[in-house]
Design a protein. Structure first.
Length: 645
């Protein structure tokens, strides 16, 4: 090796350069091992203490290729970038790291179809193959950064030429491959095509189908890539014995009635997964997994095994909320998840109300009991029976009431559901020092839609729509004998700003909700006070205390109305760790005209913080009225679990 004229370097560095060249030229594994052992020994006994022992800081720049996805792949492939701060190295290690990056970056280029692309790395203006680079780095003053520059030449992008499937497959499977000649030869697309082909074969019943890794042939003359897939379909397979494992308190007969797959049916992974998800949706299970046998049974069928993890049969929960208008509301609940072995539920809840709050006048309670019988008469249909008792002392009215009634809930599909029921209530209400008794019989009908696709209801929605339409024809007896109908529609939608490429998924979300309602068949004072609409509070217009938006008596107590409309726009931003923030504007009005959008909307605005926990977000919001009436509070504070909507 010729001497390095004009540069004074240590014996250690000269040996390092020699070892580097031996490894480069020889290339054998044995030579590499010997050389690296020598490096390790020299690093302990023969190094230059002035420079070589010190970590060499460096800056990194990777030239843009004008392809954002490729640029991101190059950045992710580079160990120079990945370990720059977390794993400092000395001059020699920096050169080795740069050399190792070349094939990594070239592989990234090839994965995007640039098979003739080249990568060149320079450190402090010198090529990494330059024999004078290492002594130059060793001579840098301690703490001085070396400039690492990566230059990328993509060359022409190769395109798919011929795509061949060796094996007998259906036309649908060929279509699902989705690799048309002329498309860019992007490795991820080719591998995704293989996965789609295998998935389609399995969906067609070929449970043991095999699709080998694609074989690629480059044609530099045409910048083309020929791809060949070798396929072995195997036999078409039916499902064999279905075993249910680890069922203890839940009756096996109940689970088998719910199963969406059965022995003798064609093997289809999508249907098996749908069956697993359906069973996992039952509240008696904390988890459900499915295993497919790795071989056929003697009848040529493929057995399945479902493994279950049952939840505890009983649970106790405690939650609490606080707001300046309603005060503290502690709530305790007791649940039996599997009362008789068929996933029957009994839910008992008790809440204390009126613990402070400027919209309340005294203590109260809210007691509810609900029994749920799943799969009543037919699948995806439940029978519910509810009993409740409530006492509340509000500015709008004092109420003591008892209610009961059954309802039938029907799941139409994954997004639509319907409920019809009968509700009977007896109540005594005192408003403006006038007491009245009411007996009410209602027929509530509700249609709901949910496309937020949440696997867990405790998670925050980031996309989709929630909607509810309800109509409740009601007959009132006692103080007034009238027939009226309460009509109401509500909806909320969520948009993740990551869809526009502005943020990372789930970090920044815009949420919008709307509410409109009308009561037909009765005027305001014909109605029991608790059946009227009221605005204000966390459910409609934050910044105004509960029930304060709408018509008022001369003493400023709420009257209520027969129509309502309200809307909210809220921006939710994840910050750091488990913390987040929100800002929002609410608006709404209530009036005595049965047609909504006829009154003056009250507007509230506010901000909040969020702390995300396994049981939902802890929410703290403060809101102020923007256009309040005289005597309105200057602000309202809300504390609870879960988002406002």
């Amino acid at each position: 090796m010729p001497p390095l004229a004009g540069t004074a370097i240590s014996t250690f560095d000269r040996v390092i350069v020699f070892i580097r060249d031996v490894v480069t030229i020889n290339g054998s594994r044995g030579a590499a091992i010997v050389c690296w052992c020598a490096v390790a020994i020299l690093s302990m006994v023969g190094k230059d203490p002035a420079h070589a022992a010190d970590p060499q800081p460096y800056t990194l720049s990777i030239a843009s290729t004008a392809n954002a996805d490729l640029d991101a792949a190059l950045k992710a492939s580079s160990q120079l970038g990945t370990f720059r701060d977390s794993a400092p190295v000395g001059p020699f290690g920096l050169v080795i790291r740069a050399r190792n990056d070349v094939p990594r970056l070239e592989a990234a280029l090839q994965s995007f179809g640039y098979y003739n692309g080249t990568v060149r790395i320079r450190i402090d203006g010198r090529d990494i193959a330059d024999p004078t680079l290492l002594p130059q780095l060793s001579a840098l003053p301690n703490g001085k950064s070396a400039a690492v520059a990566v230059a990328v030449t993509t060359g022409p992008q190769f395109h798919l030429h011929q795509v061949t499937i060796n094996g007998t497959v259906s036309e649908e499977a060929r279509r699902k491959l989705g690799l048309a000649p002329g498309r860019p030869a992007i490795a991820a697309d080719v591998l995704a095509g293989r996965t789609r082909l295998l998935t389609e074969l399995q969906e067609e019943g070929y449970a043991l189908a095999k699709v080998d890794q694609p074989i690629a042939h480059l044609d530099p003359q045409t910048d083309g890539l020929d791809i060949t897939f070798d396929v072995d379909e195997g036999p078409k397979v039916e499902l064999g014995t279905i075993t249910l494992k680890d069922l203890h308190d839940v009756n096996e007969s109940f689970v088998r009635r719910r199963l969406l797959v059965h022995p003798g049916e064609l093997f289809q992974p999508s249907k098996i997964e749908a069956a697993r998800k359906d069973l996992a949706s039952l509240p008696v299970f904390s988890g459900v997994s499915v295993r497919v046998a790795d071989h056929l049974d003697p009848d040529g069928r493929l057995p399945l095994t479902f493994d279950f993890q049952e939840r505890a049969k009983y649970s106790v929960g405690f939650t609490a909320a606080y707001s300046t208008d309603l005060g503290g509301i502690p709530k305790v609940s007791w649940t039996a998840r599997n009362l008789f072995g068929n996933a029957e539920q009994l839910n008992i809840t008790g809440a204390a109300t009126g613990l402070g709050g400027d919209a309340t006048r005294g203590l109260g309670y809210n007691l509810t009991s609900q029994f749920v019988k799943p799969d009543f008469l037919e699948r995806d249909q439940s029978l519910q029976f509810n009993v409740g008792a409530v006492k509340q002392d509000l500015e709008a009215y004092d109420q003591t009431a008892f209610s009961a009634g059954p309802s039938l809930h029907r799941k139409i599909n994954d997004r639509w559901a319907a409920t019809i029921g009968v509700s009977v209530a007896h109540e005594h209400i005192l408003q403006e020092e006038i007491g009245s008794d009411f007996n009410l019989v209602g027929l509530p009908v509700t249609l709901t839609y949910d496309s937020t696709d949440l696997a867990d209801p405790l998670l925050d929605p980031t996309h989709g729509v929630r909607m509810a339409l309800s109509a409740t024809p009601t007959q009132s007896f006692g103080h007034s004998e009238i027939t009226f109908a309460i009509l109401q529609a509500s909806a909320s939608t969520y948009k993740d700003l990551a869809d526009f490429g502005w943020t990372k998924p789930g970090r920044s979300v815009v949420a919008v909700r709307g509410l409109v309602g009308s009561i037909q068949g009765a005027s305001t004072f014909d109605l029991p006070p608790d059946q009227r609409f009221y605005g204000g509070g966390s459910g409609t217009v934050r910044g105004y205390k509960y029930q304060s938006v709408g018509p008022l008596f001369p003493d400023s107590n709420p009257i209520g109305g027969v129509s309502i409309d309200a809307g909210t726009i809220e921006f939710r931003q994840r910050l750091f760790g488990d913390f987040g923030a929100a800002t929002f504007i609410d608006a709404g009005q209530v009036n005595s005209n049965s047609l909504p959008f006829r009154g003056t909307p009250r507007v509230g605005a506010g901000v909040g913080i969020r702390y995300y926990t396994p049981i939902g977000a802890l929410r703290a919001d403060v809101a102020v009225p923007v256009n309040p009436e005289a005597g309105a509070d200057s602000y309202e504070f809300y504390l609870g679990i879960g988002q406002a909507f």
